[in-house]
Design a protein around this ligand. Structure first.
Ligand code: NAG
Length: 279
């Protein structure tokens, strides 16, 4: 028989889970809500949580998701950023309107006129800086109605490492990482191997990461993982003679909404275990 304390504890957890589920539901509805009046189309983004690579260009996706064969015209687009005075970008009456553009975005924004007339208001942000991080709102008004979508932009620095074989060691060099990443070497079977890593930081705070894995075997395959809280680069390298053949792919961190989702999942699992324990 469970004690009163245990029952209260479990009831509290179940209540917390129910409330968080409710909050998530409300949040997801308000985040995807596009404020359309009776229209079948909406304004959407193919990536609401992009992670931009500092110094590179980043596309912020925003377009009217209309039914097939629908003709969209009279498109106007406004891009705003939370907490910013003025606008990021505006297009109305068939032309740019940059009178209210904030100087931070001067000469760094571009839309695609060919796509725009069809309701695609995606914005290319040039040479991304860390101050560009934040929440953007894209509003499109067209013959199909009006709608908005919010995009949360995060910035990081990341680059694929180059892998070389040098005096019996496998050496991986990656030029730009931020925030400071963690390094893991492992063998083909996933056993972690001990490498030695050197970080150097430039004046902008960006890290160059050089890591050596000693006494590697010819024709073996090794995995090199370089990751921070936003981006993971996973490289698989095979040593053939004095050559190293390697390929790298990037994994981007999940957004806040899906972390909330996994928290809810955790909460539900705890409740289930709690109930199981009580009965
Ligand atoms: C919108 O335009 C951008 C830039 O041309 C393009 O990369 C993107 O694929 C377009 N999106 C859609 C849904 O057509």
């Amino acid at each position: 028989m469970a004690s009163l304390g245990q029952i209260i504890f479990c009831s509290m957890i179940i209540l917390i889970v129910l409330f968080s589920a409710l909050i998530i539901l409300i949040l997801s509805v308000s985040l995807t809500g596009s404020g359309f009046g009776g229209s079948t189309s909406s304004v959407v983004s193919s990536n609401k949580n992009p992670i931009a690579n500092l110094g590179e260009d980043q596309l912020l996706s925003c377009y009217v998701n209309a039914g097939q064969n629908s003709i969209i015209n009279q498109v106007s687009v406004t891009w705003e950023k939370k907490g910013l005075t003025g606008l990021v970008y505006k297009y109305a009456d068939g032309a740019d309107d940059l009178t209210d553009q904030n100087p931070q975005f001067k000469a760094r924004t571009q839309v695609f006129p060919g796509s725009l007339v069809g309701g695609n208001g995606s914005l290319l942000l040039r040479a991304v800086r860390s101050s560009d991080e934040g929440e953007y709102t894209c509003s499109i008004s067209s013959s199909e109605g009006k709608g908005t979508v919010n995009i949360q932009l995060r910035t990081a620095a990341f680059s694929a490492p180059t892998l070389k074989f040098s005096s019996g060691a496998l050496v991986a060099e990656a030029r730009s990482w931020f925030p400071k990443p963690n390094i893991t070497w492992s063998d083909y079977d996933g056993h972690v191997l001990q490498g030695s890593t050197n970080f150097t930081q430039n004046s902008a705070g960006i890290f160059t990461v050089v890591s050596r894995l000693q006494s590697v075997n010819m024709s073996d395959t090794y995995t090199y993982r370089i990751e921070n809280n936003l981006v993971t680069a996973l490289s698989r390298a095979t040593i053939t003679g004095s050559e190293v053949s390697a390929n790298t792919y990037f994994i981007y961190a999940a957004n806040a909404a899906s972390s909330l989702l996994s928290l809810t999942y955790l909460g539900i699992m705890t409740s289930v275990l709690c109930i199981y324990y009580l009965t």
